[in-house]
Design a protein around this ligand. Structure first.
Ligand code: UDX
Ligand code: UDX
Length: 450
C-alpha cells in the first residue's frame, strides 16, 4: 500500500520505518527540513533500540522516501497517518492541538475524494469528529479515523511491529478495510484487533495511560506509607504483583513518571473531561499527578538530609538524565528536575547518562555533564541514582567508593541491589525501604535497619 506518515518525531519516525519494513511504500513528511534530510541519510531523530537498522533497511529498499511537502503527500497516497506532537498548552493543562490542526489544514486543499486521514497522535476525545466536520467542508469525500499507538520509548520498534493490540476508530467499513490492509502482517500474527467508533479509540489511549500512571502513583504512595511505618515497599510491590488480578508491571516505585506522555496526557484527560461535564469522574487524576510530582520533591528533600541539611558547597553526582532507560528523551525527566533543584539550592551537580547528555545539556546548560562515571563521581558527597540504566546495575561499588568523598547513595529508582553497595561501605537510602548504613548495621549484627 501507499501511505504517508506526517510528523517524523518519536512516533512518526518509528511508524514510517516499520511500515516500510512490512512492505508498504511510505512517504515520511515533516516541517523540519533538517530532520527530513537527516532521516533520508539514515540518521534517526532519537535514540531507539533497533531503529537505526530498520531505517537503513527501509531506505535501502526504496520503500521509504522523505519530504517536507504536504501537497506531495496528498498527491502520493490516499491514506495519511498524523503523528505530530500534542504537548500540554503553555497556558493551561489541556492538550495543544495546533500541530494536528496545522497538518489537517495543510493537507485539506490537496486531498482527493476518497482520502483517509488517520490520526495516531494522542488527542482529547472529540478531535476526530471535529476534524471530520472541518474536512467535510473543505475536502468533501474524505474521511477521518483514529488509530492510537501504545508504543513505549526504548521498545518502540518492537511495540510497533508486535503490538499487544490494535485499535481503530472508524465511521465506515471502507476505512476499517484500509486499516486492516495496512496492518495485515500483524493480523496474520493474531494481534487482537479492535474496531470501534473514533471517540472510543481516542479515549482508549488516554484511559490506558491514566491507568498505568495510576498504578505507578499508587505504588509511590505505598512507598511513602512504608517510609512512615518502617516497612519495605520492594517486598510489598512483589507480593502485590504476585496476585494475577494486580500483576507485577508498572509497580516499580521510585521517582515517578515523566516523559512526553503520562504527565501531559493525564492533565489533558482531566481538562477534556471537565469540558464535557465529567470532571468529577476523573478527579483521581489530579491526585495521581500530585503524588507523582511529590516524589521529585521528596527525593530532593532526602538528598538534602543525607548531605546534613544543605546543598550549599556540596558536590552531587547524578546517575541518569533521561526520563527512562534506553531512551535519550529528557522531556519532563524526573531525573533532570531533581538535578536542577539540587543545583538551584547550591550544590555542584555533575550528571552522567549513557545517551541523553546532549539533550540534557540543551535544556539545563548550567549543570555539568560527563560521559565517564568515575569522573562524575569524583569527590562527590552524594551519589543520586535517578534513571535505572542497566549500566548502573553493573557498577562496582567498591571501585566507586574509592573515588567519592563520601560513600552515600540515594537510589531514588529503587532498582540497584543495595547489598553489594552496603558491603562496600556505602550508606544506601532507598525511598520506601529501611536505611542501609554500615555503621547502623554493624551495631545490629549486619541486619538492615532504620
Ligand atoms: C507523539 C504524538 O503522537 C503525541 O500525540 C503523543 O502523545 C506522543 O507521541 P512525538 O512523536 O513524541 O509525539 O512527537 P515529536 O517527537 O515531538 O515529533 C513531532 C514531529 O512532528 C516533529 O518532527 C515536528 O517537526 C513534526 N511536525 C510538527 C510537523 O511535521 N508538522 C507540524 O505542523 C508540527
Ligand atoms: C508510555 C506508555 O507506556 C505507552 O503505552 C504510551 O504509548 C506512551 O507513554 P513511555 O512514556 O515511553 O510510554 O514509557 P513508560 O515505560 O510507560 O514509562 C513512563 C514513565 O514511568 C517513565 O518515567 C518510567 O521511568 C516511569 N515508570 C514506569 C515508573 O516510575 N514505574 C514503573 O513501574 C513503570
Amino acid at each position: 500500500m501507499r501511505i504517508t506518515v506526517i510528523g517524523t518525531g518519536y512516533v512518526g519516525a518509528v511508524h514510517a520505518a516499520c511500515m516500510a519494513d512490512i512492505g508498504h511504500e511510505v512517504l515520511g513528511v515533516d516541517v523540519d527540513a533538517e530532520r527530513i534530510s537527516a532521516l533520508a541519510a539514515g540518521r534517526a531523530p532519537v535514540h531507539e533500540p533497533g531503529l537505526d537498522e530498520i531505517l537503513a533497511r527501509a531506505l535501502a529498499s526504496g520503500r521509504l522516501r522523505l519530504s517536507t511537502s504536504l501537497a506531495e503527500a496528498a498527491a502520493t497516497a490516499s491514506t495519511h497517518f498524523i503523528c505530530v506532537g500534542t504537548p500540554q498548552r503553555p497556558d493551561s493543562k489541556a492538550a495543544d492541538l495546533r500541530y494536528v490542526d496545522a497538518v489537517v489544514d495543510g493537507l485539506a486543499p490537496h486531498l482527493r475524494p476518497g482520502s483517509l486521514v488517520v490520526g495516531k497522535s494522542t488527542v482529547p476525545v472529540g478531535t476526530a469528529a471535529r476534524l471530520a466536520a472541518r474536512l467535510a467542508v473543505t475536502s468533501p469525500g474524505t474521511e477521518v479515523a483514529w488509530n492510537p499507538e501504545f508504543l513505549r520509548e526504548g521498545s518502540a520498534v518492537e511495540d510497533t511491529l508486535r503490538p499487544a493490540r490494535l485499535v481503530v476508530g472508524v465511521v465506515s467499513a471502507r476505512a476499517e478495510a484500509v486499516l486492516r490492509a495496512v496492518y495485515a502482517p500483524m493480523l496474520r500474527a493474531k494481534v487482537p484487533f479492535f474496531s470501534t467508533d473514533p471517540a472510543t479509540a481516542e479515549l482508549v489511549k488516554v484511559a490506558a495511560n491514566a491507568f498505568l500512571a495510576t498504578k505507578i502513583s499508587f505504588i509511590n504512595a505505598m512507598a511513602e506509607v512504608c517510609d512512615a511505618a518502617g516497612a519495605d515497599v520492594t517486598v510489598l510491590s512483589a507480593v502485590l504483583g504476585a496476585d494475577p488480578r494486580i500483576g507485577p508491571l508498572f509497580l516499580q516505585s521510585g521517582l515517578g513518571f515523566g516523559g512526553s506522555c503520562f504527565p501531559k496526557d493525564i492533565r489533558a484527560f482531566a481538562a477534556r473531561a471537565a469540558e464535557l461535564g465529567a470532571a468529577e469522574s476523573v478527579r483521581i487524576l489530579h491526585e495521581i499527578d500530585r503524588i507523582n510530582l511529590r516524589q521529585r520533591q521528596r527525593t530532593v528533600d532526602r538528598a538534602r538530609e543525607l548531605l546534613g541539611g544543605t546543598f550549599e558547597g556540596r558536590r552531587v553526582a547524578v546517575l541518569g538524565a533521561a526520563f527512562k532507560p534506553d531512551s535519550d528523551d529528557v522531556r519532563d525527566s524526573p531525573a533532570l528536575a531533581v538535578a536542577e533543584a539540587a543545583y538551584r539550592q547550591g550544590a555542584e551537580v555533575l550528571v552522567h547518562d549513557p545517551q541523553a547528555l546532549d539533550n540534557a545539556r540543551a535544556v539545563f546548560p548550567e549543570l555539568t555533564y560527563a560521559s565517564d562515571i568515575p569522573k562524575v563521581c569524583e569527590d562527590a558527597d552524594l551519589v543520586l541514582h535517578l534513571t535505572p540504566w542497566q549500566e548502573y546495575r553493573e557498577l562496582d561499588p567498591a571501585a566507586l567508593a574509592e573515588v567519592v568523598r563520601e560513600p552515600v547513595l540515594l537510589d531514588a529508582r529503587n532498582s540497584l541491589d543495595p547489598q553489594p553497595w552496603w558491603s562496600a561501605g556505602w550508606t544506601v537510602r532507598v525511598p520506601g525501604r529501611p536505611l542501609l548504613s554500615p555503621l547502623l548495621s554493624s551495631d545490629r549484627g549486619g541486619e538492615r535497619c532504620m
